[in-house]
Design a protein around this ligand. Structure first.
Ligand code: LLP
Length: 463
């Protein structure tokens, strides 16, 4: 997303920095509701609050860095997705975005299903009481032990990702005396407009079986002959952080074409299609995400139209949003440490976390915004780069953002839209302690994932 480059002083009103055009917002204290969880606002002292609790109190009670998650927003987004798709479709929350036992309970209470992609996620889901039939199990290299556990538990579906896996799951299910419901994940050959590391529908990557060259048709042929499998449908996930519906539409059309081929060849109408997750959220004010009801309508219309054209009954649709549910619901709160102004460039603002709690900036060149959270300020804007405390110069949390020039060590700053793929991708790099996730709702805050301690680190180090 290179926009331009020319040096400018840190306090210039309108600055082009390498890679990113940034202009200071009209009001540095404003909270753009697009990027903040729904209950976030500023209290009369100027500190940001979530669920009715101020950032200063949250930092005192839970420490920093920490993720604060707006539980009522999470639940509202679950309901919005469930309502948009209605009783004739299924919404599976993608647990890889962020999963904990509390999240699993919220999903159950709000009527969502769950997509897991590892034995660890499966364990968390089952432990928190998610009924196995509401779980979909994904992954391009599920181990035999994971498959055995999933089949034994009775998961609602296993999404088969390769020819070997078709045979493996069939064999395991048969050995366990079961018939496992499965879908086949296909790659439909569309280029989703997103970062290459999170695009998954083109052929030259590790996931799924290509529609091209008749491979997916061959996979269906095999799955239909195996006693251990009940093939219930076709799955396609085209990538992540996508705004343009065109890729989903092409994907839906191609999956329906495959259903028609399967009907013609085998006389079987597969009853389900899953169109994956991947819907984008606003990380900055420039992003314009779609609402769940628009997405549901666009996907429903295209599937219905294509099925009518092919003379097929409309299959049951499922989707797997992760980021779009949890992403906007949380922010990360940091304490400002050292501040290093570089005349003519920018000011480096170091915080007490970094790439260990948000790897997305370093990994995907992701964009975030930041605000002063413990107070408001009328000081001039200064062009800042928020960096972590790790031994890497790429340890950047927010590449370019304006913060007030009176920012001082001890101030709290908050980065919004960190609910997805931040805690779930957090690491112990430099023996950092992974931050807690605190759920806030109606004036109550409770830790749902506790902060790691040095004892946790030493416990794994068995000498
Ligand atoms: N379904 C499948 C099969 C997936 O592979 C994924 C994400 C999802 C659903 C959920 O996608 P979402 O709605 O959250 O975009 N770490 C990257 C994102 C990786 C996504 C992997 N698969 C990031 O931080 O952007």
């Amino acid at each position: 997303m290179s926009r331009s480059a020319h040096p400018a002083g840190p306090r210039h009103a309108d600055v082009m920095t390498e890679g990113h055009y940034t202009a200071p917002p009209a009001d540095l204290n404003a909270l753009d509701e697009k990027v903040w969880a729904r209950t976030v606002t500023r209290d009369e002292d100027g500190a940001i609050t979530v669920g009715g609790i101020g950032a200063t109190r949250l930092a005192e009670e839970f420490g920093t860095p920490a993720y604060f998650l707006d539980e009522s927003d999470f639940r509202a987004r679950c309901r919005a997705w469930a309502d948009a798709f209605g009783p004739g479709a299924d919404v599976f929350y993608a647990g890889k975005a962020f999963l904990s036992r509390a999240v699993v309970r919220w999903l159950q209470e709000e009527g969502l299903n769950l997509d897991v992609c590892s034995g660890g996620e499966l364990t968390t889901a089952l432990d928190a009481g998610m009924p196995a039939e509401r779980i979909a199990f994904h992954g391009n290299n599920k181990t035999v032990a994971e498959i055995e556990r999933a089949v034994t538990a009775g998961v609602g579906r296993i999404v088969l990702d390769s020819f070997q896996e078709i045979a493996r799951v069939a064999h395991i299910a048969q050995r366990l005396g079961k018939r496992q419901r499965v879908q086949i994940r296909v790659t439909v050959g569309v280029e989703a407009h997103t970062h290459e590391f999170i695009a998954t529908a083109h052929e030259d990557q590790k996931f799924g079986i290509a529609l091209a060259g008749g491979q997916a048709a061959e996979a269906v042929r095999r799955a239909l002959t195996l006693d251990g499998l009940e093939l219930i449908g076709i799955h396609s996930h085209i990538g992540s952080q996508i705004f343009d519906m065109a890729g989903f539409e092409v994907s839906a059309r191609r999956v329906v074409q495959l259903l028609a081929e399967v009907r013609d060849e085998h006389g079987v109408e597969l009853p389900e299609i899953d169109l994956g997750g991947g819907l984008g959220i606003a990380y900055t004010s420039e992003d314009d995400p779609r609402e769940p009801h628009e997405i549901a309508k666009a996907l429903g219309d295209i599937v219905t139209r294509e099925c009518e054209a092919a003379g097929l009954a409309t299959p049951r649709i499922s989707v797997e949003p992760g980021r779009a549910i949890v992403g906007p619901t949380a922010f990360t709160l940091y304490e400002v440490g050292t501040i290093k102004p570089l005349e003519g460039l920018r000011t480096y603002v170091s915080v007490d976390g970094g790439m260990s709690d948000n790897i997305r900036t370093a990994l995907y060149d992701a964009e975030y915004t930041v605000v002063l959270a413990s107070r408001t300020s009328d000081a001039e804007p200064m062009l800042a780069r928020v960096v972590g405390k790790h031994c890497e110069s790429g340890d950047i949390v927010v590449k370019d953002a304006f913060l007030p020039s009176d920012l001082a060590p001890g101030d709290l700053i908050a980065v919004p839209a960190t609910g997805a793929y931040c805690r779930s991708m957090a690491s112990n790099y430099n023996h950092a302690l992974r931050p807690p996730v605190v759920a806030v709702r109606d004036g109550q805050a409770r830790v749902i994932v506790r902060r790691e301690t040095e004892e946790d680190l030493l416990r794994l180090d068995v000498g």
